[in-house]
Structures are given as structure tokens and as C-alpha cells.
Design a protein around this ligand. Structure first.
Ligand code: UTP
Length: 291
């Protein structure tokens, strides 16, 4: 149980229908937030948190992602020939971020099914799951904060946000009670997927970062399709709760749903404003708009 978290799983087998038509051909994980595909933010977060092995769960039409994290000989040779050192470094850095593996999810049968596809590669170790749509701006990185909680409490950890109002119906919601020693930790006793506002058991909404013990695979193998005919990760974690402790953790930082058009716009504005090369220019531009 006290093994180190070395592997991160990135489920990227979904269809990305919320971002059509952009995602008809381009995987949503490859949509650019300012100048980087959204999945690269997650990979950099994992690497900065000590993760050594990245497993992408992919599906049909996702080969651009594999190419992105591979060496691009033609591009690198051209940049080298033209003496564009900084761009060459940028391109090379992407392919040397971490050890990367790919597992193909043959059909998008749900997030729980996508995670289960990583079982053989993860083995008998705790592991992280990062949903690439959720771009989280945090220092220390969100998944690092959660790995720290896992190591201290020795139980699975789910990232949560406090949502006060009807928007909570879009999330999985925890039942349980805040921890007496650490108000960011929530001692979980149950969870409900997308409840009606009036039925939500708490204000703790689950977002796309998890640290899970390998026993969850056993649970997912027994999980039957739930809401929407999909194998839900929350159902697997609910089953895990019968055997082990599960914690919610209100991370320090800000999460953007970049798989949603409005969320992507918010992330674009906030990330662009932070960029030293053009943040100030962008701020002036925004100020000049007739809003
Ligand atoms: P979402 O429901 O947000 O992704 O799943 P989606 O289905 O791609 O997007 P929309 O709702 O149609 O726009 C959350 C995460 O789980 C992955 C998705 O790729 C996304 O990262 N996922 C979902 C899988 O890997 N496999 C699945 O079968 C379902």
C-alpha cells in the first residue's frame, strides 16, 4: 500500500463531442491552449510531480497525440539547419518528457473502462489518473498535492472542488464529512454521479485528478455499465470504498474545463495574461475592447 506513485494514466479515448466541429478530426486532447496541446499541460504536471511513466489510453483517430510525444526527425532537422535553437529545444523537450506507453481502447465504453485498459501496464502499484480536459493551474502541481495526501493517509485520493449551487449536477459528488485535522481532506463514505441539485450529498464535486490503489482494477472488472451505458470510474471507486479508505482533496489551484468551449475560452484568457512574452500586450488589448 505504501508503494510510490510512479505511473500516470491519461484516458484520452473519448469522442470529444462537446467541442465539435473542431474535434471531428483533431483529438480534443490536441486542441491548443495558447500554444500547447491541452494534454501537454497534464503531462508536464505529472512529470513535475515525480511521475516516470505515462500511459495514454487512446482510440480511433488519436494518432496525432502519439506523434506529438514522439521525436519529429524532419522538423528537428529543419530547425537545426535553420539555426532555430530555441524552437529545436522546445520540440526535443516534448519527446523526452517521460517514458510513454499507449493502450488502445477499442470502443469508448466509459472512463472506468478506459482506466481498466491500463491494468497490465500499471501492475500492482498505486497510480495517478489525469483527465487531459481538466487543465489545472497550481503550484505545487495538483497531482503532487494529491500524491502527498496519498502517502500520508494511504488511501485513494480524488480531487474535488467546492461547488455551491445547481452547477454541481454536472459532476460526481462525494458523501462523507470533512477531516478534523485537515479541512482540505474529505473522508468519503459514498458518491453520486451527476445528482440533481436537491439530492447532492455535499458540495464536494469530483474533478479530473485521481490517485488510486491497484485494487480499483479488481473493482472495475466487476463493474457493469451504469449511467449512459458506460462503465463509470465512480462506480469502481464506490466499490473500492467497501474495502479501503477513499479521500476527497480540495486542491489549491484553479481548474479549467478545456474540453468545453466556454472553459477553453476562460483558460485561454487567463493563461495568455500570464505569459511574459505577450501577457501585458494582451491585457492592454482586452482593456481596449468595447465591453
Ligand atoms: P468526457 O465525457 O469528458 O469525454 O470524458 P468525451 O466523451 O471525450 O467528451 P464529450 O463529453 O463527448 O465532449 C472524460 C475523459 O475520459 C476519457 C475522455 O477522453 C476524457 O479525457 N474517456 C471517456 C475515455 O478515455 N474513454 C471513454 O470511453 C470515455
Amino acid at each position: 500500500m505504501s508503494k510510490r506513485v510512479r505511473t500516470a494514466v491519461f484516458p484520452a479515448g473519448g469522442l470529444g463531442t462537446r467541442f465539435l466541429p473542431a474535434t471531428k478530426v483533431i483529438p480534443k486532447e490536441m486542441l491548443a491552449l495558447v500554444d500547447k496541446p491541452i494534454i501537454q499541460y497534464g503531462v508536464e504536471e505529472a512529470v513535475a510531480s515525480g511521475i516516470e511513466h505515462i500511459i495514454f489510453i487512446t482510440g480511433r483517430g488519436k494518432s496525432a497525440m502519439e506523434d506529438h510525444f514522439d521525436v519529429s526527425y524532419e522538423l528537428d532537422a529543419t530547425l537545426e539547419k535553420k539555426g532555430k535553437k530555441e524552437l529545436l529545444e522546445l520540440s526535443r523537450k516534448i519527446s523526452s518528457l517521460a517514458r510513454v506507453s499507449y493502450v488502445r481502447q477499442k470502443a469508448p465504453l466509459g472512463l472506468g473502462h478506459a482506466v481498466l485498459c491500463a491494468k497490465e501496464l500499471v501492475g500492482d502499484e498505486p497510480f495517478a489518473v489525469l483527465l487531459p480536459d481538466d487543465v489545472i493551474d497550481a503550484e505545487p502541481p495538483c497531482i503532487k498535492q494529491m500524491i502527498d495526501v496519498y502517502e500520508e493517509r494511504e488511501g485513494s485520493v480524488l480531487a474535488t472542488m467546492t461547488i455551491d449551487g445547481p452547477d454541481i449536477s454536472a459532476y460526481g459528488v462525494l458523501a462523507g464529512a470533512p477531516d478534523a485535522a485537515n479541512p482540505r481532506i474529505y473522508n468519503c463514505t459514498g458518491m453520486v454521479e451527476k445528482p440533481k441539485f436537491e439530492n447532492a450529498p455535499s458540495k464536494q464535486a469530483i474533478v479530473g485528478r485521481y490517485v488510486l490503489t491497484p485494487r480499483v482494477f479488481e473493482m472495475l472488472e466487476k463493474t457493469t455499465p451504469g449511467a449512459g451505458g458506460e462503465i463509470q470510474l465512480t462506480d469502481g471507486i464506490l466499490a473500492l470504498l467497501q474495502h479501503e479508505k477513499v479521500f476527497g482533496y480540495t486542491f489549491e489551484g484553479k481548474r479549467f474545463d478545456a474540453g468545453d468551449k466556454f472553459g477553453m475560452l476562460q483558460a485561454t484568457v487567463e493563461f495568455a495574461l500570464k505569459r511574459p512574452e505577450f501577457g501585458e500586450k494582451f491585457r492592454e488589448y482586452l482593456k481596449g475592447l468595447p465591453l
